[in-house]
Design a protein around this ligand. Structure first.
Ligand code: TXA
Ligand code: MG
Length: 306
């Protein structure tokens, strides 16, 4: 059920869970001070309680009541990249409910770029929201995706199609430097000038920096065959400007010189495979591995895991 800004604010302020657009992906939102609504988010998604949530605030100053210890560069990172697709993990005090942070001494914060989302947060206060998808499945980048996962009656604040289409980049302060816990819509290289070093992405192991990286992710039901050479499959996921010799139908990701467009189409393409009942798809991975492509490549690798 598509709802307006005013309806979304009313539902959130009276303890409901609502799907909310951001520039990255749709989120399943609850007010940070409504524990029952937060519990419902975990139940709706089938999300383990060990996986903490991101707190979405209207501006950087709204982080201050939750913390007494800001890591170096926090202010300049926030000034430069907020509002935008960067999440900062920082030490917090007990005002952040333990359910939100999975009992960790830290919590993740982000100021979303989409103006209607910030207008909503101004009316509700900080909102916790994970991506609005069933756990393990591709994130939602349109109201239709949210409805496919949670039903047409589920309240969705309609913000159209997400402009980035990939989740935020997550930065954590470890030891004496920032590291990337999750690649995202803000490319790794974009952080170098400000920090004076490129924050490393630590590939998730059995104890990942972001607990959520432990779980299977972004995956369609269809099996993805990643290769820079044509592979026989039910469908090809590829680029509009390439000629593919195979007879299998093409699901287009966009032009191969435009990673922003590819990023914004990626989850829709993965979800389309399932709508079509595909068993297999060849993904053309003949693309660079720098900038936003690095995130696109990582998402495809995770989506292809079995
Ligand atoms: O773009 C986004 O970040 C979207 C939109 C809705 O803002 N949200 C999103 O949320 O992707 P979710 O829940 O799907 O992913 C949040 C990630 C998880 O991997 C979680 O483990 C990590 O953030 N996270 C949250 N709090 C953390 C903390 N204190 N320490 C380390 N990782 C944390
Ligand atoms: Mg998610």
């Amino acid at each position: 059920m598509r709802i307006s800004l005013q309806e979304a604010a009313h539902l959130l302020n009276t303890g409901s869970v609502v799907a909310v657009p951001t520039e990255t992906v749709y989120g399943l939102a609850a007010r940070i001070d409504h524990p029952e609504a937060i519990q419902r988010i975990f139940a709706l998604k089938g999300r383990p309680r060990t996986n903490p949530l991101i707190i979405h605030v209207a501006d950087a100053a709204s982080v201050l009541p939750f913390t007494s210890q800001l890591p170096p560069h926090f202010d300049t990172l926030a000034e430069t990249f907020w509002p935008g697709p960067l999440t900062l993990v920082i030490p917090v005090n007990d005002t952040v409910p333990s359910l939100v942070r999975a009992n960790l001494p830290t919590a993740a914060f982000r100021v979303p770029h989409l103006p209607i989302t910030r207008q909503l947060i101004e009316q509700t206060g900080p909102l916790v929201m994970p991506s609005a998808n069933l756990s393990g499945r591709p994130s939602s980048t349109s109201p239709e995706h949210v409805e496919a996962d949670f039903g047409v009656e589920f309240p969705v604040f309609d913000g159209g199609v997400c402009s980035c289409g990939l989740e935020s980049t997550i930065l954590l302060y470890q030891g004496d430097k920032w590291v990337i816990g999750r690649l995202g819509a803000l490319p790794q290289e974009a952080l170098t000038p400000l920090l004076g070093y490129t924050p490393p992405f630590l590939v998730p192991t059995s104890t990942p920096l972001c607990p959520g990286q432990l779980h299977r992710h972004y995956a369609p039901i269809a099996r993805l065959l990643l290769s820079d050479k044509p592979q026989k499959a039910d469908y090809t996921l590829g680029f509009t400007d390439r000629h593919y010799p195979l007879t299998q139908p093409l699901i287009s990701l966009g032009p191969s010189n435009d990673p922003e467009t590819i990023a914004s189409n990626l989850y829709n393409a993965l979800r389309t495979l399932d709508t079509l009942g595909a068993h297999t798809a060849w993904v053309d991975t003949n693309f660079p591995h720098t900038g936003l492509w690095q995130t696109i490549n990582e998402r495809l690798r995770r989506a292809a895991e079995r």
